[in-house]
Design a protein around this ligand. Structure first.
Ligand code: SF4
Length: 216
Protein backbone atom coordinates (compact mmCIF):
# COMPACT_ATOMS: atom_id res chain seq x y z
CA UNK A 1 0.00 0.00 0.00
CA UNK A 2 1.24 3.51 -0.89
CA UNK A 3 2.28 5.99 1.84
CA UNK A 4 -0.45 8.64 2.49
CA UNK A 5 1.18 11.55 0.62
CA UNK A 6 1.91 9.39 -2.41
CA UNK A 7 -1.71 8.19 -2.33
CA UNK A 8 -2.94 11.77 -2.14
CA UNK A 9 -0.82 12.71 -5.15
CA UNK A 10 -2.07 9.69 -7.12
CA UNK A 11 -5.66 10.70 -6.29
CA UNK A 12 -5.14 14.28 -7.47
CA UNK A 13 -3.57 13.03 -10.72
CA UNK A 14 -6.45 10.58 -11.22
CA UNK A 15 -8.93 13.44 -10.65
CA UNK A 16 -7.46 15.25 -13.66
CA UNK A 17 -5.31 17.88 -11.97
CA UNK A 18 -3.26 19.92 -14.46
CA UNK A 19 -0.35 20.64 -12.17
CA UNK A 20 0.83 22.43 -9.06
CA UNK A 21 2.01 26.02 -8.64
CA UNK A 22 3.79 26.96 -11.87
CA UNK A 23 4.36 23.33 -12.88
CA UNK A 24 2.39 21.45 -15.53
CA UNK A 25 2.11 17.70 -14.89
CA UNK A 26 1.19 15.32 -17.71
CA UNK A 27 1.10 11.55 -17.72
CA UNK A 28 1.63 9.23 -20.68
CA UNK A 29 2.42 5.52 -20.72
CA UNK A 30 3.04 5.53 -16.98
CA UNK A 31 5.64 8.31 -17.28
CA UNK A 32 5.04 11.66 -15.55
CA UNK A 33 6.36 14.71 -17.39
CA UNK A 34 6.79 18.09 -15.75
CA UNK A 35 7.56 21.50 -17.22
CA UNK A 36 6.88 25.15 -16.47
CA UNK A 37 3.21 25.87 -17.24
CA UNK A 38 4.28 28.62 -19.62
CA UNK A 39 6.58 26.25 -21.53
CA UNK A 40 3.89 23.79 -22.57
CA UNK A 41 4.23 22.87 -26.24
CA UNK A 42 7.86 23.95 -26.55
CA UNK A 43 10.21 21.40 -28.15
CA UNK A 44 13.49 22.99 -27.16
CA UNK A 45 13.42 22.21 -23.42
CA UNK A 46 16.41 20.68 -21.60
CA UNK A 47 15.43 17.13 -20.60
CA UNK A 48 16.08 15.81 -17.08
CA UNK A 49 15.23 12.35 -15.69
CA UNK A 50 15.99 12.37 -11.97
CA UNK A 51 13.77 13.81 -9.21
CA UNK A 52 16.96 15.25 -7.72
CA UNK A 53 17.29 17.52 -10.77
CA UNK A 54 14.39 19.51 -9.32
CA UNK A 55 16.77 20.83 -6.65
CA UNK A 56 18.86 22.73 -9.21
CA UNK A 57 15.91 23.73 -11.37
CA UNK A 58 14.15 25.30 -8.36
CA UNK A 59 17.22 27.08 -7.02
CA UNK A 60 17.54 30.14 -9.28
CA UNK A 61 15.27 32.39 -11.32
CA UNK A 62 15.63 32.89 -15.06
CA UNK A 63 17.81 35.89 -14.21
CA UNK A 64 20.10 33.68 -12.07
CA UNK A 65 18.91 35.03 -8.73
CA UNK A 66 18.57 32.68 -5.75
CA UNK A 67 14.96 31.81 -4.86
CA UNK A 68 14.63 31.93 -1.04
CA UNK A 69 10.88 31.34 -1.29
CA UNK A 70 10.16 28.29 -3.41
CA UNK A 71 6.46 29.16 -3.78
CA UNK A 72 7.24 32.60 -5.28
CA UNK A 73 5.98 32.80 -8.88
CA UNK A 74 9.48 33.02 -10.32
CA UNK A 75 10.28 29.39 -11.17
CA UNK A 76 12.70 29.33 -14.08
CA UNK A 77 11.68 28.07 -17.48
CA UNK A 78 13.31 25.96 -20.19
CA UNK A 79 13.32 22.48 -18.57
CA UNK A 80 11.47 19.19 -18.98
CA UNK A 81 11.53 16.55 -16.24
CA UNK A 82 10.49 12.92 -16.89
CA UNK A 83 9.77 10.66 -13.93
CA UNK A 84 8.98 6.94 -13.90
CA UNK A 85 6.38 6.72 -11.12
CA UNK A 86 4.40 8.52 -8.41
CA UNK A 87 7.16 8.02 -5.85
CA UNK A 88 9.65 9.89 -8.06
CA UNK A 89 6.99 12.52 -8.79
CA UNK A 90 6.46 13.11 -5.09
CA UNK A 91 10.20 13.44 -4.48
CA UNK A 92 10.55 16.00 -7.26
CA UNK A 93 7.56 18.02 -6.05
CA UNK A 94 8.97 18.00 -2.52
CA UNK A 95 12.08 19.68 -3.94
CA UNK A 96 10.09 22.17 -5.99
CA UNK A 97 7.63 22.99 -3.20
CA UNK A 98 9.02 21.70 0.12
CA UNK A 99 6.46 20.46 2.61
CA UNK A 100 3.45 21.45 0.51
CA UNK A 101 2.16 17.93 -0.26
CA UNK A 102 2.44 16.98 3.42
CA UNK A 103 0.47 20.11 4.42
CA UNK A 104 -2.17 19.26 1.84
CA UNK A 105 -2.50 15.72 3.21
CA UNK A 106 -3.08 17.13 6.71
CA UNK A 107 -5.62 19.62 5.35
CA UNK A 108 -7.50 16.92 3.45
CA UNK A 109 -7.67 14.89 6.67
CA UNK A 110 -9.25 17.95 8.38
CA UNK A 111 -6.31 18.15 10.75
CA UNK A 112 -4.61 21.34 9.55
CA UNK A 113 -4.36 23.83 12.44
CA UNK A 114 -3.12 27.13 10.97
CA UNK A 115 -1.25 29.48 13.31
CA UNK A 116 -2.60 33.06 13.47
CA UNK A 117 -0.01 35.63 12.39
CA UNK A 118 0.02 37.37 15.77
CA UNK A 119 0.88 34.04 17.48
CA UNK A 120 3.75 33.52 15.02
CA UNK A 121 5.05 37.04 15.65
CA UNK A 122 4.70 36.82 19.42
CA UNK A 123 6.84 33.72 19.71
CA UNK A 124 9.79 35.36 17.92
CA UNK A 125 12.97 35.89 19.93
CA UNK A 126 16.15 37.93 19.59
CA UNK A 127 16.25 40.47 16.77
CA UNK A 128 12.84 39.35 15.46
CA UNK A 129 10.96 39.91 18.74
CA UNK A 130 10.21 43.50 17.70
CA UNK A 131 8.19 42.26 14.70
CA UNK A 132 5.23 41.65 17.06
CA UNK A 133 4.82 45.43 17.38
CA UNK A 134 3.53 45.79 13.84
CA UNK A 135 0.02 47.35 13.92
CA UNK A 136 -2.97 45.74 12.21
CA UNK A 137 -2.81 48.38 9.46
CA UNK A 138 0.84 47.50 8.86
CA UNK A 139 -0.07 43.81 8.57
CA UNK A 140 -2.78 44.67 6.07
CA UNK A 141 -0.29 46.53 3.88
CA UNK A 142 2.58 44.08 4.31
CA UNK A 143 0.63 40.88 3.63
CA UNK A 144 -1.19 42.59 0.75
CA UNK A 145 2.16 43.39 -0.86
CA UNK A 146 4.36 40.46 0.16
CA UNK A 147 2.02 37.47 -0.18
CA UNK A 148 0.10 38.44 -3.31
CA UNK A 149 -0.10 35.76 -5.98
CA UNK A 150 0.14 38.00 -9.02
CA UNK A 151 1.21 41.44 -10.21
CA UNK A 152 4.48 42.05 -8.51
CA UNK A 153 7.54 40.93 -6.66
CA UNK A 154 8.13 39.02 -4.54
CA UNK A 155 4.70 37.39 -4.41
CA UNK A 156 3.77 33.87 -3.44
CA UNK A 157 1.45 31.23 -4.88
CA UNK A 158 0.34 29.77 -1.57
CA UNK A 159 -3.22 29.97 -0.31
CA UNK A 160 -3.24 31.72 3.08
CA UNK A 161 -4.95 29.55 5.70
CA UNK A 162 -4.00 31.60 8.77
CA UNK A 163 -5.90 34.51 10.28
CA UNK A 164 -4.42 37.75 11.55
CA UNK A 165 -5.20 36.90 15.20
CA UNK A 166 -7.69 35.21 17.51
CA UNK A 167 -10.56 37.20 15.96
CA UNK A 168 -10.05 35.12 12.80
CA UNK A 169 -9.86 38.34 10.77
CA UNK A 170 -8.26 38.04 7.35
CA UNK A 171 -4.70 39.40 7.58
CA UNK A 172 -5.13 41.65 4.56
CA UNK A 173 -8.22 43.04 2.89
CA UNK A 174 -6.00 44.11 -0.02
CA UNK A 175 -5.82 40.54 -1.29
CA UNK A 176 -8.70 38.99 -3.24
CA UNK A 177 -10.89 36.54 -1.35
CA UNK A 178 -9.51 33.80 -3.64
CA UNK A 179 -6.16 34.14 -1.87
CA UNK A 180 -7.73 32.49 1.14
CA UNK A 181 -9.61 29.73 -0.66
CA UNK A 182 -8.09 26.36 -1.58
CA UNK A 183 -7.95 24.96 -4.20
CA UNK A 184 -8.21 28.15 -6.30
CA UNK A 185 -5.47 28.31 -8.95
CA UNK A 186 -3.33 31.19 -7.64
CA UNK A 187 -1.75 31.84 -11.05
CA UNK A 188 -5.11 33.18 -12.21
CA UNK A 189 -5.51 30.62 -14.99
CA UNK A 190 -8.48 28.99 -13.32
CA UNK A 191 -7.25 25.44 -13.82
CA UNK A 192 -7.61 22.36 -11.64
CA UNK A 193 -4.30 22.41 -9.79
CA UNK A 194 -2.98 21.02 -6.52
CA UNK A 195 -3.06 23.91 -4.01
CA UNK A 196 0.01 25.17 -2.16
CA UNK A 197 -1.19 25.85 1.37
CA UNK A 198 0.33 28.32 3.82
CA UNK A 199 -0.53 27.16 7.33
CA UNK A 200 1.80 29.59 9.08
CA UNK A 201 3.58 32.81 8.10
CA UNK A 202 7.06 32.12 6.72
CA UNK A 203 10.34 33.51 8.07
CA UNK A 204 10.54 35.92 5.17
CA UNK A 205 7.26 37.56 6.13
CA UNK A 206 8.37 37.77 9.77
CA UNK A 207 11.59 39.47 8.64
CA UNK A 208 9.56 41.95 6.58
CA UNK A 209 7.30 42.69 9.59
CA UNK A 210 10.44 43.51 11.58
CA UNK A 211 11.58 45.90 8.82
CA UNK A 212 8.19 47.66 8.91
CA UNK A 213 8.42 48.18 12.69
CA UNK A 214 12.05 49.31 12.50
CA UNK A 215 11.29 51.79 9.73
CA UNK A 216 8.62 53.40 11.87
S1 SF4 B 1 3.57 34.02 4.61
FE1 SF4 B 1 2.87 32.26 3.37
S2 SF4 B 1 1.73 33.21 1.69
FE2 SF4 B 1 3.00 34.81 2.60
S3 SF4 B 1 4.92 34.81 1.43
FE3 SF4 B 1 5.25 33.50 3.21
S4 SF4 B 1 4.75 31.44 2.47
FE4 SF4 B 1 3.84 32.86 1.02
Amino acid sequence: MRPPVERLLADWIASGTRGIGQIRITQSGGIFSLCHREDEGRSDLAVHRSPNDAIEIAKYTDAGEYRPLKTAPNLRRGWWLELPDVEALQRALDFFYPGRLAALAVWEANRLAPTPLRATLERQTGMYRVAAKIPDGGIDQLVGRFCRSQDGEPGCLRTIMWARDGTKARPSLRLPLDKYIAPVDQTGRGENVIPLLCQEACNLLVAEARKVVKSE
